[in-house]
Design a protein around this ligand. Structure first.
Ligand SMILES: [Zn+2]
Length: 147
């Protein structure tokens, strides 16, 4: 079944009708069986529609763009990491290990590791996961730390 939004050119009535298929609509239209619900005219055509989806509230909205949705999600993830995770730079492996062994309180951190450090953490069972590139916030500038 297919539902068409129809428009009557005689009286400007807009209405909807169900058809078995688009071919069935064409056949019925040809046989002048598609008639306006208001004035019974056969000068009825399919309405040209812009793409839209019905939301739960019944409002028409533009269809979601998956790329934009992902970008918005990635942006949120980046902001979350930037605000809630402490950037520890090259000390990530050291910090993560020290928390794992209870030498300091656990806190959310992010930073860089070498491949060797990453493998060592994995072997020791220290929980750490690579942060996918779209979720990686810009690296914060050191806050007046003396090196
Ligand atoms: Zn009409």
């Amino acid at each position: 079944m297919i539902r068409y939004a129809l428009h009557c050119k005689a009286c400007d009535e807009a209405f909807e009708a169900w058809f078995a298929s688009s071919a069935a609509y064409d056949t019925q239209k040809e046989r002048r069986l598609v008639r306006c619900t208001a004035c019974n005219s056969t000068r009825v055509d399919k309405q040209i529609m812009a793409p839209a989806v019905k939301t739960a509230k019944g409002k028409d909205t533009a269809p979601p763009d998956p790329e934009k949705m992902f970008a918005a999600f990635a942006e949120k993830a980046r902001a979350h990491v930037a605000q809630n995770f402490d950037y520890v730079g090259d000390s990530f492996a050291e910090e993560a290990r020290s928390m794992f062994y209870g030498e300091q309180d656990e806190r959310p951190i992010w930073g860089e590791t070498t491949a060797e450090e990453r493998d060592a953490l994995k072997e020791e069972g220290v929980p750490a996961a690579p942060l996918p590139e779209p979720f990686t916030p810009p690296i914060p500038k050191p806050k007046g730390r003396l090196n």
